[in-house]
Design a protein around this ligand. Structure first.
Ligand code: HEM
Length: 157
């Protein structure tokens, strides 16, 4: 994975307009400028938290898995000093762990699927070529056998 740029709160605060809108969600700094118009919840809610830590607002809505994955697409870096979770807050710690597993799992599944697809493509190619030649060859052999087999039997006798 490429090294992430780290921004502090001051730097985050500078990106607080419609033309340049950043937020921080779960320690990830996201540039949502290009997403403002596409956000299903409207641009206004995003502009209200522009340049701010918006994890609570993001979680309060109960965003879907799709939304959580979209955050990764808009991520431009990490927020300096972000504490992943309070070690005593077991629910938050578990959520963080789940999120990490999801991200790592997604990357691994992506790799396995890709590998699998390549393997299938190769198998299809080999069998495809075999069938391409095997079928016409079988037809030719059958015709030859049909035409010459009485001759062969006569010669043998
Ligand atoms: C990068 C950040 C964000 C992404 C990618 C994102 C994405 C989405 C998506 C995909 C939906 C559709 C519903 C769903 O799939 O959950 C949605 C709905 C919504 N979002 Fe966001 N969102 C972001 C940040 C925020 C923030 C910070 C707020 C609040 C301050 C917010 C408020 C809402 C609201 C109010 C809805 C509408 C919910 C509804 O109609 O039921 N979003 N968002």
């Amino acid at each position: 994975m490429a090294a992430q740029r780290v921004f502090n709160l001051q730097q985050l605060t500078e990106h607080n307009s419609k033309q340049d809108c950043w937020l921080a969600i779960h320690g990830k700094v996201v540039d949502v400028t290009k997403f403002l118009e596409d956000h299903p919840g409207g641009d206004q809610v995003l502009l209200e938290v522009a340049g701010k830590e918006a994890t609570k607002e993001f979680e309060d809505i109960g965003h879907s898995k799709v939304a959580k994955e979209l955050v990764l697409e808009y991520q431009v870096g990490l927020l300096q000093g972000h504490k992943h979770s309070d070690p005593d807050d077991h629910h938050a710690a578990l959520d963080d762990l789940k999120e990490t597993i999801k991200v790592v799992g997604k990357e691994m599944t992506g790799f396995v699927i890709k590998d699998d697809v390549q393997q299938h493509a190769l198998t299809r190619k080999v069998f495809g070529q075999l069938f391409d030649h095997a079928v016409p060859l079988a037809v030719v052999f059958a015709l030859l056998w049909y035409r010459f087999s009485p001759l062969f039997s006569e010669m043998m006798n």
